[in-house]
Write a protein that binds this ligand. Structure first.
Ligand code: PLP
Length: 456
């Protein structure tokens, strides 16, 4: 059905992949996914894989859902595109805004659309800058983010990103973004309890704001659980206390829910429902359409909206937006996606089966000799591999431990994401208990096999 060799050749010649070292894809050719169903994807050779990463943390309702295709087709027949600039919009953009607000924390009543997570974080910065400009606080521009936070890949979003590895080879906006520590409980300083670590992190943020000057700090960005930085679940109480510090200094708190929204942790949004805090802006994308079509949304507080939406003299505009802001087909798909999630009661499913996944991984994988930490929540999990469980020392980079474990799983028909010395899992939320068991058993065997190779 598919000419894999030909596709490989064309791919190599013309299709430049994102986030690649070029080596693997030049040496081995790419893995070309061609078909899908439910929690499974098939490559061009017909090999079937249980997708333990939901594409890239995004295919929440699972693959090849006919209703999603129907929603796309129907909206395309009605009106496939119209601009949202100025006073224009379309029915799906309006309807989806109302739906999102009904699911979000009560202070967030306004929605602004883009087409991806990076764009939504860029938008948050620009909106906040615009807000403070309007109030005459033109110096309040600086942004604080966290080491190992991931906020995207545009110039600004990558500047917000604190994963140092991602910065190698680029010099990014050093005069705008400041960093505080990742809430990495596993690698917290020796001798600190989790509670003391929380005190340390909260104090560090406050000291950072004071050092820069509160009159210069506009926003703090944080993911409820940092994803691409290694699934970092913060210490208990962290977010609420961080939110209090931000409020004290008139610093807006942007909660990057690009991964954590739409059911991954068992709630539509995690900031308030899981972690008990109200951010000033939530940014989300991915699971908003289960990845079927690009769409992102910023959920914005009344406080911010009420300032930036006051009409100024004619011609003074909020000059921010994109051709595809509020795209009617994307918004129709977003609406259908949420309708399907609600009809399937997916959040409650995740509360049960996602919790089972978390517990099984912790129970079955933690005791393996090269596993230092199994962490995460529900369908957002990470295994951190080490050379020494006591000292937490890492294996040498040449061991390529994450890649090797992922490769073993791939051979066995399960996709797990390598991330340096770690392996990440974020499956479609529709997974059943048997499929959870398959992932856990395959990962267990993959780690054991690589362990044996390392000893040999
Ligand atoms: N924010 C978080 C937490 C993410 O995980 C990602 C992508 O993985 C982004 C932002 C960037 O989203 P996008 O790749 O859609 O621009």
């Amino acid at each position: 059905k598919y000419q894999t060799q030909e596709l490989h050749a064309k791919d190599l010649k013309h299709n430049m992949h994102p986030f690649t070292d070029f080596a693997t894809f030049k040496e081995e050719g790419s893995l070309i996914m061609a078909e899908s169903e439910g929690a499974y994807v098939y490559d061009t050779e017909g090999n079937k894989y249980l997708d333990g990463i939901a594409g890239l943390w995004c295919v929440n309702i699972g693959y090849a859902n006919e209703e999603m295709g129907e929603a796309m087709a129907e909206q395309t027949r009605r009106i496939p595109y119209y601009s949202s600039f100025g006073h224009l919009t379309t029915p799906p953009a309006v309807e989806l805004s109302e739906k999102l607000v009904s699911l979000a924390p009560s202070n967030l009543n306004h929605v602004f659309y883009g087409t991806g997570g990076s764009m939504s974080n860029d938008t948050a910065v620009r909106m906040i800058h615009f807000y403070f400009n309007r109030l005459g606080k033109k110096d309040k521009k600086q942004i604080i983010t966290r080491t190992d936070g991931y906020h995207g890949s545009t110039y600004l979003a990558m500047s917000l990103t604190g994963v140092e590895y991602d910065h190698i080879g680029f010099d990014l906006a050093p005069d705008l973004v400041h960093r505080v520590s990742a809430p990495n409980v596993y690698r917290r300083p020796d001798g600190m309890t989790e509670a003391e670590f929380c005190d340390f992190l909260v104090d560090e943020l406050e000291q950072k704001i004071l050092a820069i000057g509160p009159e210069r700090v506009a926003a703090f960005f944080a993911e409820p659980i940092a994803g691409a930085g290694g699934v970092l679940v913060p210490p208990a109480g962290y977010h609420k206390r961080i939110a209090d510090v931000c409020k004290k200094y008139e610093v807006f708190l942007v909660s990057d829910e690009v991964v954590t929204a739409f059911g991954r942790l068992g709630e539509m949004f995690s900031s308030e429902s899981v972690f008990g805090f109200q951010p000033d802006i939530i940014t989300c994308a991915k699971g908003l359409t289960s990845g079927y079509i690009p769409l992102s949304a910023n959920l914005i507080s009344d406080e911010i909206y009420d300032v930036i939406s006051v009409p100024q003299a004619k011609g003074a505009m909020f000059t921010h937006g994109f051709t595809y802001s509020g795209h009617p087909v994307s918004c129709a798909v977003g609406l259908k996606n949420i309708e399907i999630m609600e009809r399937m009661d997916l959040c409650n499913h995740v509360k049960k089966v996602g919790k089972y996944f978390e517990n099984q991984l912790k129970e079955k994988i933690s005791s393996l000799p090269i596993v230092g930490d199994v962490r995460g929540s529900h369908f957002m999990m990470c295994v951190e591999n080490v050379a020494n469980k006591e000292t937490k020392e890492l294996l040498p980079a040449e061991a390529e431990i994450g890649n090797r474990i992922a490769a073993k799983c791939e051979e066995a028909g399960v996709l797990i994401r390598p991330l340096a010395h770690k392996n990440i899992m974020s499956p479609p939320l529709i997974l059943n208990v048997q499929e959870v068991d398959t992932i856990v058993e395959t990962l267990h065997k993959g780690i054991c096999d690589v362990q044996d190779e390392l000893i040999r």
